[in-house]
Write a new protein. Structure first.
Ligand code: RP5
Length: 181
């Protein structure tokens, strides 16, 4: 087993457990160095009880794997793909070009340019090939956006999202109340 595979396996063991049920969200990233950022998406999805799979798929280093991952995802039951990459971050856009599934891009801060390179690489897609781009390093929002997408046709998941929003609102209101005292 290679060192990258070992890191991914141990991450899964500690955090996300690839669920025994078929994954609904595919979380992919260009390198295992993206894991500290991208694991937040897996965490969120786990909290919402959404099954995930996590893979290292590099547009530049494993282009054939990227092609087969993107072209087979839909028939394997994946409904949303979250793709994170840094630097010349071509993974989300290339995957979006190869699948009809919604793709959420996470710009990872990975280079001397503080993540701006990743952000622009992911967000500046040509008309016709959308990637829903979240903020630099904000894999949490990518997970939450995937939950919202699934919630459109899954009322159980949508109910969890409504609860999540109500909890967030209550937290802010409680803090405000405390300040006023
Ligand atoms: C990108 O290059 C990856 O997504 C990563 O963010 C960046 C650096 O990769 P490593 O050199 O750390 O493997 O492809």
């Amino acid at each position: 087993m290679g060192i990258v595979e070992t890191r991914v396996k141990s991450f899964l063991k500690e955090n996300a457990d690839e669920s025994p049920v078929a994954p609904r969200v595919g979380i992919i990233m260009g390198s295992d160095s993206d894991l500290p950022v991208m694991k937040e998406a897996a965490k969120v999805l786990k909290e919402f009880d959404v099954s995930v799979e996590v893979r290292i798929v590099s547009a530049h280093r494993t282009p054939e794997l990227m092609f087969s991952y993107a072209t087979s995802a839909r028939e394997r039951g994946i409904q949303v793909i979250i793709a994170g990459a840094g630097g010349a971050a071509h993974l989300p856009g290339m995957v979006a070009a190869l699948t009809p599934l919604p793709v959420i891009g996470v710009p990872v801060r990975a280079s001397a340019l503080d993540g701006l390179d990743s952000l622009l690489s992911i967000v500046q897609m040509p008309r016709g090939v959308p990637v829903a781009t979240v903020a630099i390093n904000n894999a949490t929002n990518a997970g939450l956006l995937a939950v919202r997408m699934l919630g459109v046709t899954d009322t159980t998941i949508q109910a969890r999202m409504i609860q999540f929003q109500e909890d967030a609102r209550d937290t802010v209101l409680e803090k405000t109340e405390r300040l006023e005292k």
